[in-house]
Ligand binder design. Structure first.
Ligand SMILES: [Zn+2]
Ligand SMILES: [Zn+2]
Length: 125
């Protein structure tokens, strides 16, 4: 059952009206079994705006990942300063989570970033 009913959503997703749906096992636009590189992603535009897709159901238990994606929906942004502020406000983290998330702390000296998800923001100098 790739579309997760609201009653089974992680509690953090119920806190925001930005979340329209949650899909597990692929991407909502391509259906069950479709694959993508990242552990999860957020649709911030297009016909499925407000949807979060997770590759595996157990990823829903990773609060850092859930809040990371939720912050994309809330802000509509990639990995911007506004997004970072939203992650912190929602109780998430910008620190790396082994095997799941890279380091999303601001890297002022242009240090290489952790594994990217959907977007690679232009470096700021
Ligand atoms: Zn998707
Ligand atoms: Zn992200």
């Amino acid at each position: 059952m790739p579309v997760i009913p609201r009653s089974s959503w992680p509690a953090d997703l119920l806190r925001s009206f930005a979340v329209r749906g949650v899909f597990v096992g692929g991407c909502v636009t391509r259906g069950d079994g479709s694959s993508f590189r990242a552990k999860a992603h957020a649709h911030t535009s297009g016909p499925h705006k407000g949807w979060l897709c997770f590759r595996r159901a157990d990823r829903l238990d990773c609060r850092a990942l859930v809040i990371h994606e939720l912050a994309h929906l809330v802000t509509g942004d990639g990995h911007t300063d506004r997004w970072r502020a939203a992650v912190i406000r929602l109780g998430g983290t910008l620190d790396p989570v082994p095997g799941i998330l890279g380091d999303y702390n601001k890297q002022p000296r242009g240090k290489p970033r952790g594994p990217g998800l959907m977007d690679t923001p232009f470096p700021k100098f």
